[in-house]
Design a protein around this ligand. Structure first.
Ligand code: PMP
Length: 398
């Protein structure tokens, strides 16, 4: 029996051996030419992955929550009005965070399982004269994806800066930062980017940098002040590294490796692979009789799935039983759904075999908790889906 399980939670995900090898390589000086080259390569590759040739990438040690803070701490000033579009836990977190930075926050809540209504969002931005608004692209607590391609247009119409929390979407879901006019798109290393937890990542577009440069008051966060990081990041890219805080050297080296893999897969192929594998998994759970949390098929994320358990089933028993088949999945996260739903991540290096194995394990889990489905129903539906859409090379892409 294998000594390790397949990790199918919505982050951290499974990481490639060459990425892990980079984290375990001897640590060099942050000024070593090999590190300067790796850091510069990572920053350049971020522009390709975010599809943002005009953007300024930031890489700072921290988790996704810090990426959220890094995105707004340098943009909001005390008393600024901000609108948060919330589809669940992470939108609510953004509202809290913005208030800490002195913003007056209006939250536009979507009902659980629904995407944010963009007209309602624009209305709130207009009626509050908000200077900034945030949207969670994929809400990891509900598996709902809110469309973000129109946000740049809303931001321009309303004179606001738009911030996309892409922690559960960047490098998995389609995002075209420049052509969609998204001002800030943030994520963290441990999800579809494919690097162990520890890096906050974002790309800021020209309007965001201009907004920062026009501030009237000092940034309240010291570590999250773009003014501290910009000269250092620009220095690394021009071959003249500087210092503000010690970079997470091994994680940045691993980031350079993982981003190169992503760039060589190609963004369109990568978006398509995630779409196909999500479609296969979601067809599988449907065939197992498990309803999904997103209320409409077009709101189902491609990076994770959130599903309801049959009534009366204990979540912890089910998750444990799935684990006994060698697949680790997650329980619910949203307070309204916590004990009644489970979540499966299918992003980053995921392949068709991983999705099929997970459906087999979910089926075994249902059997173990006394709610058996027809043997093979989930795997069969997913296989049919794959056969109907996929080109074989897409399925194995790593
Ligand atoms: N935003 C979203 C959409 C997330 O899914 C998460 C983490 N699951 C975060 C923010 C926070 O990231 P972290 O846990 O790395 O702080």
């Amino acid at each position: 029996m294998k000594g390790r399980s397949l990790l199918m939670i919505p982050g951290p995900t499974e990481f490639e051996p060459d990425v892990l090898a980079a984290t375990g390589a001897p640590t060099v000086s942050h000024l070593a030419p090999s590190f300067v080259e790796a850091f510069a390569g990572a920053l350049a590759a971020m522009r390709q992955v975010w599809l943002s040739p005009s953007g300024q990438p930031f890489v700072v040690a921290g988790s996704g929550t810090f990426a959220m803070e890094l995105a707004v701490a340098s943009l909001v000033e005390p008393g600024d009005r901000a609108v948060v579009a919330s589809t669940g836990v992470f939108g609510d977190r953004y509202a809290d965070l913005l208030a800490r930075h002195g913003a007056e926050v209006r939250v536009v809540h979507a009902p659980v399982g629904e995407a944010v209504d963009l007209e309602q969002l624009e209305d709130a931005v207009r009626s509050t004269s908000a200077r900034l608004f945030t949207v969670t692209h994929v809400d990891t607590s509900t598996g709902v994806r809110t469309p973000v391609s129109e946000l740049g247009a809303i931001a321009r119409r309303r004179g606001a800066i738009c911030v996309v929390d892409g922690v559960c979407s960047v490098a998995g879901e389609e995002i075209r930062q420049d052509s969609w006019g998204l001002d800030v798109v943030l994520t963290a290393s441990q999800k579809a980017i494919g690097v162990p937890p520890g890096l906050a990542l974002l790309v800021a577009g020209p309007r965001a940098i201009e907004r920062f440069e026009a501030r009237r008051t000092p940034v309240r966060s010291y570590y999250g002040d773009w003014g501290k990081w910009l000269p250092v990041l620009r220095g690394y890219e021009s071959g003249a590294p500087g210092y503000f805080g010690t970079p997470a050297i091994n994680l940045v080296a691993a980031l350079a490796v993982s981003l190169q893999r992503i760039v060589s897969e190609g963004m369109d192929a990568r978006f398509r692979r995630h779409e196909i594998l999500a479609g296969a998994f979601q067809a599988g759970v449907e065939a197992l009789g498990l309803p999904q949390v997103p209320a409409r098929p077009e709101w189902r994320a491609h990076t994770l799935s959130a599903c309801h358990l049959p009534g009366g089933v204990s979540l912890s028993e089910f998750v444990r039983a799935v684990g006994e088949s060698g697949v680790v999945i997650a329980g619910g996260l949203h307070p309204d759904l916590r004990d009644r739903t489970f979540r499966v991540g299918h992003m980053g290096s995921v392949r068709a075999g991983d999705v099929l194995a997970t459906l087999g394990a979910v089926e075994a889990g249902l059997r173990a908790v006394g709610r058996p489905a027809r043997p093979g129903a989930g795997v069969e539906a997913a296989s049919r889906f794959l056969a109907s859409v996929a080109v074989p090379s897409t399925l194995g892409a790593r």
